[in-house]
Every structure is written in structure tokens, then in C-alpha cells.
Design a protein around this ligand. Structure first.
Ligand code: UD1
Length: 420
């Protein structure tokens, strides 16, 4: 168990490079299961969730090894079609092995997922879609037992909501199914398009990834491939907020600003000066941000995983901002923590009213999920005094070298092990 000690007040300055996206790397790792042999993924972030997914892959019989920033995955001819509860509970993304193992083995036993605690997160759309492809499910002692007695067959599926995970699970199942599948109202996230790009390199026939209609023509088998993980837009966006809230100037490199268009636009509206090229952007924060309203929406809307960091910034704005959270029912546990630091924020769950205060002051706070933790760190960078952020194992799930990177930009931040 570690905690971060942060003394606020330093404006951040300098360059920071972002790593491959957590939410792409995890899916790419699952996608390798669709072809036996040795795959190589470059730019895989050094985060805990990748280690958990490595354990999932190893449980099904793959071997994995790190080679600098790359991950090599050797997938067996006959994977073991199961993902155990100890691993799936730790990370919701492991539910994607369901589609992959069903496609590869015709059966799968996967525990129901866990992951971040912000409201009930069902998987009904995943199951409904997979059923349309011919899968059958039974819930046995907390595990989903999936079978496809006649193999998977392509079908047309219209998602009720553009769920990222459901769209990905359906793509993974469809690539080796007989015939053609069409996924309507699909999620358009860049990380999902990245997974489709790896699958196409492996020999899959996927068209339209990144748009609302994805067509997958099934192929009998796939080959291993080599792929570079798309940069992490959430890591990039978090450094942008860290620069903005401290009134500093930070250049974020090795990223794709295009993937953060809405978030950068809203940052600009707070008074940030932003310039960018194809693979970098630079943010200069205002002395005090202006209020801005925003609503979270599926890509290309404002990302729900940037909402807590943005609220941290708006907590010191000059005026009142209204934020609407449309993706999750209960993403607000970090608000109580910000209020303990002197923020003035009220919420009914979906709507958040942020009355800007002039100063935040330090106190011990809990980072209850990855982005809540990141938001509290951003707030602490501005707060008067030394803030102690606990539960930082959540932050470690999503950010490589977070403390080191912020310190290199001039932040007064230190990781302390609980036993110290
Ligand atoms: C992914 C991201 C997560 C991000 C989210 C939304 C990963 C590992 N995680 O999560 O960081 O916050 O996209 O951009 O990539 N839902 C249902 N039924 C379903 C599936 C989803 O009701 O079958 C609901 C969820 O409870 C949630 C909403 O749909 O309220 C969005 O979920 P989804 O897009 O599926 O997110 P994830 O893929 O879980």
C-alpha cells in the first residue's frame, strides 16, 4: 500500500511523454488469443492492469514476456477456455475473453466482472449480442458458462447504447464466426479502432471500426501479428489538467491530440492557451479558470474518464459550472473528497454543480478509482499545504510513472510506502 504526499503551489513546466493506452493494450492482449503463435505489442504501459491481464492470458495457457516497452504473447493451439474469479474480479476488461474464447474454443467459463466501483455495470448488451451469434449462457456459482454448440454464426446486432466493451466483445466473437456480422450503434472509441486494426493485421476482415456501423466478415483462422498500442488520451488529458490547474505550461508529446478534441476544446474555454501538432499539444493554464459546462458522452463526446479531473480544475474557477454525467450512474465519490479540500460542489448523481472557490487546502483524501485518484492529485497540485492521497493503487492501475512524471515537471510529489 502506498500513498502520495503532494505539496501544492508549484506551476508545472516542461515536456511529458505519454505511454500506450491502458484501454487499448488490454483489448489488444485479449485479441491475441484469436491466433496461435507469437504476437508482439509495442508501447504497452507499465501498469497494474496489464499485469492482471498477463495473468489472465497465462491462465488460459499463453506465455508472456516483457521486452523493454513491448509485450510478447505466445498463444497456444488449444487455450484453456476459462478466466478465474480472482482475476476477473480485479478488472472489468477481462470480460472480453468471453468473446475471444467462445470464438476460439466454442466455449468459455468466465466469472462476472468487477472493476471500478461507480454504479452497477451490467453486461446485458454483451450477452444479448453474443446470443444473436449463437452463444448460450448459464450462470453457475457466479461464473458464466458459455457454449456455442453449433459454432458462432454472423448476425446483425443493434446495440441499445454504444457500449465500448460490448462492441469489442462482439467484434472478437465475429472475426472467426461463419458469415457476416453487422454491429449497429457501435462505440467509436479510438482504442476500439486500435483493436480492430490489430485484428485486421492478423487477417480479420473488419470494416467501419471507429464509426457507428461495423461490418465483420468471418474468416476461418488468423495469424499472429506485430502492433503498436495507440497513445493514451486519458493520460495525456490528465497532464493537460495538471498543467491547467497549476497555471503552468506543459507540452504533452507522443500523443494524438485529435483523440482529445472535445476535452481540449473545453480546456480552452476555461482560459487555457492550447497549441498542437499531429503528435503533441501544449497547454498553458490561466491564473484562475473560467467556468465551463460540459456533459460526458460516448466518443467523440467528452470522455467520462476525464470528468473527475476536469471537475477538479473547475473547483477553483471564477463562477459556476454545471457538469452532466451521462455514462455512469454513480461516478461522484471523489466529490466529497474535493469538498473536504474546500471545494463547493453539489450533485444529485447525474448533475454536478461546481461553485468555484479561490483556494483549496490540503487534507488526507482517498482516491476511490483511477480517475478519482488522478483528479485528487490534480487538486492537490494547487492546494495550499501538503495533501496526502491514499488508495493510490487505483492510480497505479492506469498511469505509468505518474509520480516521476509530475515531479519532472516541477511538482512537489512523493510516493511513500505505507510501512515507511
Ligand atoms: C470502457 C472503459 C472505461 C470507460 C468506458 C466508457 C475499458 C477497459 N474501460 O468501459 O474506462 O469509462 O468504456 O467510455 O476500456 N452498460 C450496460 N450494459 C452493458 C454494457 C454497458 O448497461 O452490457 C452500461 C455501463 O454500465 C455504463 C455504460 O453502459 O453505464 C458504458 O459502458 P461501456 O461503454 O460498456 O464501458 P466499458 O467498456 O465497461
Amino acid at each position: 500500500m502506498s500513498r502520495f504526499h503532494i505539496s501544492g503551489g508549484n506551476a508545472l513546466h516542461g515536456d511529458v511523454a505519454v505511454k500506450g493506452a491502458k484501454n487499448a493494450a488490454l483489448k489488444l492482449m485479449v485479441a491475441t488469443l484469436l491466433a496461435p503463435g507469437e504476437h508482439r505489442l509495442d508501447n504497452v504501459p507499465g501498469i497494474i492492469d496489464v499485469e492482471i491481464m498477463r495473468q489472465v492470458l497465462e491462465h488460459v495457457g499463453a506465455t508472456t514476456r516483457r521486452e523493454n516497452g513491448s509485450l510478447v504473447v505466445d498463444v497456444p493451439e488449444s487455450p484453456r477456455p476459462e478466466a478465474p474469479i480472482e482475476l476477473v474480479r480485479k478488472m472489468r476488461a477481462s470480460i472480453l475473453v468471453l468473446g475471444a474464447l467462445l470464438a476460439r474454443c466454442g466455449e468459455a467459463r468466465v466469472a462476472l466482472p468487477g472493476g471500478d466501483d461507480f454504479g452497477s455495470r451490467p453486461i446485458d448488451m454483451h450477452l444479448e449480442g453474443l446470443k444473436a451469434f449463437g452463444a448460450q449462457f448459464e450462470l453457475v456459482h457466479g461464473e458464466l458458462v458459455a457454449t456455442a454448440p453449433d459454432g458462432l454464426e454472423g448476425a446483425e446486432v443493434m446495440l441499445e447504447f454504444p457500449s465500448v466493451g460490448a462492441t469489442e466483445n462482439l467484434i472478437l466473437a465475429a472475426v472467426l464466426a461463419k458469415g457476416t456480422s453487422v454491429i449497429g450503434n457501435a462505440a467509436r472509441e479510438p482504442e476500439l479502432a486500435d483493436m480492430a486494426s490489430l485484428l485486421n493485421k492478423m487477417g480479420a476482415k473488419i470494416e467501419g471500426a471507429g464509426t457507428s456501423t461495423i461490418t465483420v466478415r468471418g474468416v476461418p483462422n488468423l495469424e499472429p501479428a506485430h502492433h503498436r498500442v495507440v497513445p493514451d488520451r486519458l493520460e495525456a488529458g490528465t497532464y493537460a489538467v495538471a498543467a491547467a490547474i497549476t497555471g503552468g505550461t506543459v507540452r504533452v508529446v507522443d500523443c494524438i491530440p485529435e483523440h482529445l478534441r472535445m476535452e481540449l476544446r473545453k480546456l480552452e474555454a476555461t482560459g487555457c492557451e492550447i497549441t498542437h501538432g499531429d503528435d503533441w499539444f501544449q497547454v498553458t493554464g490561466p491564473a484562475r479558470p473560467s467556468p465551463v459546462d460540459f456533459a460526458t458522452l460516448p466518443y467523440p463526446g467528452f470522455h467520462t474518464d476525464m470528468h473527475p479531473q476536469m471537475v477538479a480544475l473547475l473547483s477553483v474557477c471564477e463562477g459556476v459550472s454545471v457538469v452532466t454525467e451521462n455514462i455512469y450512474a454513480a461516478r461522484f465519490r471523489y466529490i466529497g473528497e474535493l469538498n473536504r479540500m474546500g471545494a463547493d460542489i453539489t450533485t444529485d448523481g447525474q448533475h454536478i454543480v461546481v461553485r468555484g472557490v479561490e483556494t483549496l487546502s490540503s487534507c488526507p483524501v482517498d482516491g476511490t478509482d483511477i480517475r478519482a485518484g488522478a483528479a485528487l492529485v490534480c487538486a492537490a497540485l494547487r492546494a495550499e499545504g501538503e495533501t496526502v492521497v491514499t488508495e493510490v493503487h487505483h492510480i497505479d492501475r492506469g498511469y505509468t510513472d505518474f509520480v516521476e512524471n509530475l515531479a519532472s515537471l516541477g511538482a512537489d510529489i512523493e510516493r511513500i510506502e505505507e510501512s515507511d
